[in-house]
Ligand binder design. Structure first.
Ligand SMILES: [Cu+2]
Length: 143
């Protein structure tokens, strides 16, 4: 009897909608790819002002809020590691959302070494399954 109650309870927990479970993440074709077209890894950028060009293949870009299979929008991670991949991408100066569907963006970074990485995510900013992210690159802004 006790065991039966436990099973019912577990089923109820699983049925609760939410963003925590990885099983809720939206599917993405295995061969889809996201990549940084420009700058290249190790690129030296005098002045620190530049356009980042974001590449995508095997999937489509759609604005945030538009739910459509195999689509999402770009996020640029600046000077940070990948966030948890089963949750909404944070929204701060290290996690930039391009929720209008942009595929290029103007950046301005201070002198120093910086890392850039793209992370693709769905209409509610949660990465797909499998998650789609680029290689992390380093750029250098000379003093
Ligand atoms: Cu987003």
């Amino acid at each position: 009897m006790k065991r039966k109650h436990l099973l019912v309870l577990m089923a109820a927990v699983w049925a609760v909608p939410g963003r925590a479970p990885a099983a809720d993440t939206k599917p993405m074709p295995e061969d889809a790819k996201v990549y940084i077209i420009w700058p290249g890894d190790g690129q030296v950028i005098p002045g620190g002002k530049f356009w980042v060009r974001m590449g995508l293949s095997g999937a489509g870009v759609a604005p945030a809020g538009v739910e459509k299979k195999y689509t999402g929008h770009h996020h640029l991670l600046v000077d940070t590691d990948l966030p948890p991949l089963d949750q909404e991408v944070p929204n701060d100066k290290n996690h930039l959302h391009y929720g209008l569907g942009q595929t290029e963006a103007r950046l301005e970074l201070p002198p120093g070494r910086h890392t850039l990485q793209l992370l693709f995510a769905d209409d509610v900013h949660v990465p797909h399954n499998p998650p789609l992210y680029s290689k992390k690159i380093t750029i250098i802004v000379p003093p």
